[in-house]
Design a protein around this ligand. Structure first.
Ligand SMILES: [Zn+2]
Length: 349
């Protein structure tokens, strides 16, 4: 049985950010390494009163290792022809951390369309997790099998990320979060709306010039549009900076439309006017201000806080310390992790 990893034990999983995969899959790997995938066994270990048996086979506790490898349904996936190009004793005999690392660093090529195993594997475990959630939460309704989804996503990733024979159609830029200048602070804010309009949250965080966490915040908004959620997130960030009497602040958000709204003087009437005006007024109260657009890939701490906000039991929370949901992204930013961003070559983004 796996042991929960304490927050204080030295963590050896930073390699996950270098794995050649989609950002959401890298995050999933990071959570696997931290034993924080909410399988039934993990939830029970955290004190939740819950049945620990695997919901798929009901024959063993649902540990992360069971879910991703040892459950009969996962074995079916791994053994479906062709099997992993890794020694079976190693594949089925190693512990979770070794297993993840071994497969994510494999130099073998899979016979499946000649795609590298290190590309197929992480996408495979991600799809096993999605499938499990579909069984638990959606009565098993899924689009496609784990195998077909994994192969098509791995092919797409290999094509977009690695196939340089088509440089004219897409190219990959590397993006990362950057620290503000000396003596400046940076606010990253984001809004999240599940559907547009839909149940929305807002959130953000303030870091100093060394990248240190100053404060974070999240807000439950109720049903609104994504633009309104972005504006709420910015407004809360501005208010917090004013309360903290910060003198020089860079505000960074991934909604280009909102950045443009703040820079424009025009007063074309729309439903967000009050929020826009409130943000503009607040920005004037801070002596030195810069508002800039960033890519989504470098705004993931704020995104995590916004998603947290959508499900808050209260209206607004200020976090003195980073919540667990944000930690992986904070670590990634602090270690200057570069993320792939696929950009259309002709786009003006
Ligand atoms: Zn099972």
């Amino acid at each position: 049985m796996e042991k929960a990893v304490s927050n204080h034990s030295p963590f050896q999983g930073f390699w996950v950010w270098k794995v050649s995969s989609l950002p959401k899959v890298q995050v999933f790997l990071w959570q696997c390494c931290h034993q924080s995938i909410p399988t039934r066994e993990v939830l029970a270990a955290r004190g939740m009163d819950i049945e620990t048996l695997c919901p798929l086979c009901r024959s063993a506790p649902e540990t992360i290792m069971h879910l991703l490898r040892d459950c009969p349904s996962s074995k079916d996936f791994w053994n479906s022809s062709p099997p992993p190009p890794v020694d079976p004793d190693c594949f089925y005999g190693s512990n979770l951390m070794d297993w993840l690392k071994l497969n994510c660093h494999s130099s073998h090529c899979s016979p499946i369309h000649n795609i590298d195993w290190k590309i197929i594997f992480p996408i495979g475990i991600w799809n096993l997790w999605l499938h499990r959630n579909a069984v638990v939460f959606n009565n098993g309704r899924t689009r496609g099998s784990v195998r077909t989804n994994t192969i098509s996503q791995a092919m797409e990733f290999a094509f977009l990320g690695l196939n340089m024979q088509h440089p004219a159609s897409r190219h990959i830029t590397l993006v990362k979060w950057t620290k503000p200048p000396l003596n400046w602070y940076k606010v990253n804010s984001d809004g999240s709306s599940l559907g547009n309009p839909g149940l929305a949250g807002a959130g953000g965080l303030i870091r100093d010039a060394t990248g240190k966490w100053i404060k974070g915040y999240a807000r439950a908004i109720g049903v609104t549009t994504s633009v309104a959620a972005e504006l709420w997130a910015l407004r809360d960030g501005i208010r917090l900076c004013i309360a903290l009497k910060l003198q020089a602040v860079v505000f960074e958000l991934d909604a280009k439309l909102v950045v443009d709204m703040l820079k424009k003087e025009d007063r074309s009437s729309n439903s967000n006017d009050n929020l826009v005006e409130d943000c503009k007024r607040g920005l004037k109260e801070i002596p030195m201000v810069l508002v800039q657009h960033c890519y989504r890939e470098s705004n993931r701490c704020a995104d995590a806080l916004a998603r947290l906000g959508a499900h808050l039991p209260q209206d607004f929370v200020v976090f003195l310390d980073p919540p667990l949901e944000v930690s992986p992204f904070l670590d990634a930013d602090a270690t200057d992790t570069l993320f792939n961003r696929s950009v259309a070559a002709v786009s003006s983004v």
